[in-house]
Design a binder for this molecule. Structure first.
Ligand code: IPT
Length: 469
């Protein structure tokens, strides 16, 4: 008999979102053509928008090489400029020199991503400074303007996998406003994940992580009281760490740019995050039970800069190389409280994403000992819970021994709390033959997909025994 779910659990949409692990963000628009602007005032002339060699196939190919399955294009940022020829405004690509006013970036983007087997998603910024410039602006008017644009985007461009309700500048838009917009999303694109903030808190499938630096909390629970999302500024810690007994399942999405800014500025070419820095971010987001939303700002040509591409492809090599070889493969495993049947301990180290190990219903704790065939050197561990069954384990520790008796703690791997979709811990190299996973507290019997120890990729640069970034 399978373990029964505990507490709030993910919807099919949220499960699909977790499996993406990394999503790309593309900030591109009229700001790109202004000097050092990241939040335009809505007054820039459409005449300046003119990418010289925009090619969304280059974006898609880069993402494919980086193993990133989904891309979110900014269709309209706070400046209000529309990257598609919306029927509801003149402030769009149709009044630019680009493709003689016949261009449609949303079309080019979704076509390129679909053709490459990638998923498309769109950011339609709720806050709109251009609309605000009109003396006739009112919230009800804007509510229907935005609703119409949402319908255009969710009807004319195939499947859209995520939409983003940025909280920045959007406080005047109340929950009833979002209630109308949510109906549009749910009816036109039932699989679309909603990133919700502040007044759209009720509709959030995923929450903001509380910073833009690539750091999910430790712990980072997928559960939270949704009111913490509404009252964002008072609950930054809750957004970052979640709440262990929170009443809603709304996991954290970690948005960060590969450059200091969200939009492209040539002076930041020297400040692109290095593969090592991206690896840190990956471990602190995906490896903290979150999903990484990594921003690439295409340049004025309309292309991803080669430094950004090279670094993200390196990140993919680092991830793949690190996790290719679970050093526990072939180990003999003994658990105290195993459930038996199909929930066997060997499921922890197989590569089957569907099999899992579980303890007996009455056991929320366990002790699992892995004896490797020989001594191994490792500096990283990774563990995955069965998220469909809710957050079950609430405290765990990993130790090592040479003899299977004198256990020593692994730095940073004692009294850990959340696991969820994936948890990664890195530490200075250890050489040992035995590993012990102790589950010391839980809300319910344990259910684990994966447990492994690894040696971090040789592509990471080391100095005096420490990885440098
Ligand atoms: C911040 C918003 O307040 C939050 O709701 C979310 O949209 C977030 O941005 C996305 O990064 S504002 C930002 C300047 C910290």
């Amino acid at each position: 008999q399978a373990p029964k779910p505990y507490g709030p659990t993910p919807s099919a949409r949220q499960k699909e979102w977790y499996d993406r692990e990394i999503i790309a963000f593309f900030h591109f628009g009229i700001n790109t053509f202004e000097d050092y602007v990241n939040e335009g005032d809505g007054k820039a002339s459409t005449a300046i928008f003119n990418p010289t060699s925009l090619d969304c196939n280059q974006w898609a190919q880069t993402m494919k090489l980086a193993g990133i399955s989904t891309g979110i294009l900014v269709a309209k940022h706070a400046d209000g400029f529309c990257n598609w020829p919306s029927a509801y405004t003149d402030y769009s690509v149709k009044n630019t020199p680009w493709r003689n006013g016949k261009g449609d970036l949303v079309k080019e983007f979704t076509n390129a991503f679909n053709a490459t087997g990638l998923k498309s998603a769109l950011y339609l910024g709720p806050h709109d400074r251009h609309e605000h410039l009109s003396p006739l602006y009112s919230i009800p008017k804007y509510q229907s303007y935005y609703a119409n644009q949402l319908k255009e985007l969710l009807t004319n461009y195939g499947p859209i996998w995520e939409t983003w309700w940025d909280g920045a500048g959007a406080d005047e838009l109340t929950t009833p406003v979002y209630t109308e917009w949510e109906k549009i999303v749910r009816s036109l694109q039932p699989n679309c994940v909603i990133f919700g903030t502040k007044n759209s808190y009720r509709f959030a499938d995923v929450r903001w992580v509380g910073n833009e630096s690539g750091l999910a909390g430790d712990p980072c629970w997928s559960t939270i009281d949704s009111i913490s999302i509404k009252d964002e500024s008072a609950h930054i810690k809750e957004l970052n760490e979640g709440q262990v007994n929170g009443n809603a399942y709304i996991p954290a999405e970690t948005d960060v740019s590969i450059r200091p800014s969200w939009f492209y500025h040539p002076e930041e070419d020297k400040d692109v995050k290095t593969p090592q820095q991206l690896w840190d971010i990956y471990c602190n987001s995906v490896g903290h039970n979150s999903v990484l939303l990594l921003n690439f700002p295409p340049d004025r040509r309309g292309l991803i800069h080669p430094i950004d591409s090279a670094n993200v492809v390196q990140l993919r090599h680092i991830i793949d190389e690190t996790f290719a070889n679970n050093l526990l493969a072939g180990a003999s495993i003994k658990a105290k409280n195993g459930r038996g049947g199909i929930y066997k301990t060997s499921n922890l180290i197989d590569k089957d994403p569907n099999s899992y190990y579980a303890t007996k219903d009455e056991s929320s704790t366990d002790e699992i000992i892995f004896k490797m065939k020989s001594t191994n050197t490792f500096d990283c561990l990774m563990i995955q819970e069965v998220i469909e069954l809710g957050h079950r384990i609430t405290e765990w520790t990993v130790e090592y021994a040479d003899d299977g008796k004198s256990w020593k703690s692994i730095p940073g791997a004692s009294n850990k709390q959340s696991i969820g979709h994936k948890w990664i811990v890195r530490f200075p190299s250890i050489t040992a033959k035995y590993i012990r996973l102790r589950i010391t507290k839980g809300n319910a019997s344990a259910a684990l997909h994966t447990f492994g120890i690894f040696k971090q990729s040789s592509k990471l640069k080391k100095q005096q025994g420490k990885y440098i970034t």
